[in-house]
Design a protein around this ligand. Sequence first.
Ligand code: SF4
Length: 318
Amino acid sequence: MPEPEYVWLPREQFLHFEELSVLVDVFLTLGVDKVRLTGGEPLLRRDLPELVALLATKPGLRELALTTNGVLLEDFAEPLFSAGLHRVSVSLDTLRRERFVALTRRDDLERVRGGICAAQRAGRARGAGPLKLDCVVIRGTNDDEIAALLEYGREVGAEVRFIEYMDVGGATRWSMARVVSRGEILERIEARYGRIEPVPETSSAPAERFALKDGTTFGIIASTTAPFCSSCDRSRLTADGLWYGCLYARNGTDLREPLRKGAAPAELSALVAQTWRSRADRGAEERLRLAAPERARLLVAPTELRTDPHLEMHTRGG
Ligand code: SF4
């Protein structure tokens, strides 16, 4: 959760589902083939299955995925998969109730676990892609739960992805000392479970995948110590229509305004294509090159976060 004095994006500025559908069409015609609905928390839009149904059958869409905190997933899993959702990732950083409350400011761990099981059942019944659990590893917060999370993933039939803690906007307590690197995560898992084999990955997914001797697979996203900006092909659209080329980007391109002023799909395509061609985002790599004192400075000050929620990562799916 963000700092307590968080400013919400004004709801009346959110794109309607039909507008999102038009924009997804624009991106699909330009070659995008994978869409992820994320947040913030996408299940707060109670009629989300309607959006899934609108998007799922679009020609050219190879994958429609959802990332959620899992709190409302128990009720939504069945309608979402019935509407055509292809796969779900659940953010889960701890299995300990008191830590969960401290991290999320909600006592909902059991609801999340219920949601994970419901998603597993509903997804399996419809041949959906494997469930993933995303865990940001933070030293002194949850880094003693790497094995427990791995085993929980195995128990519920989900693949855990350990994500290095990033110094993005809104990470107001970040420090390099709290980052548990890819190398350290692997060392710890190897020390406990023995030899780890890399699993060849052909997709553009950011996670490197590995397997334990018993076949359990897991992923690591080394976004802080080994960023993958040079091969990053992702972009992000906020709920109110700002389009960002990078998690770290200060400015986005407003797609809502031209859309609402009646721009034709071809005009929106031209705007997106032209902006993408000039994209030079390398946010995480640039942060990595900074000297330690500079890096220790927050990317975005809390005062700025309070005045512009777009600078918070969860408004752009981070
Ligand atoms: S920091 Fe930006 S450019 Fe680099 S991988 Fe992340 S989103 Fe892509």
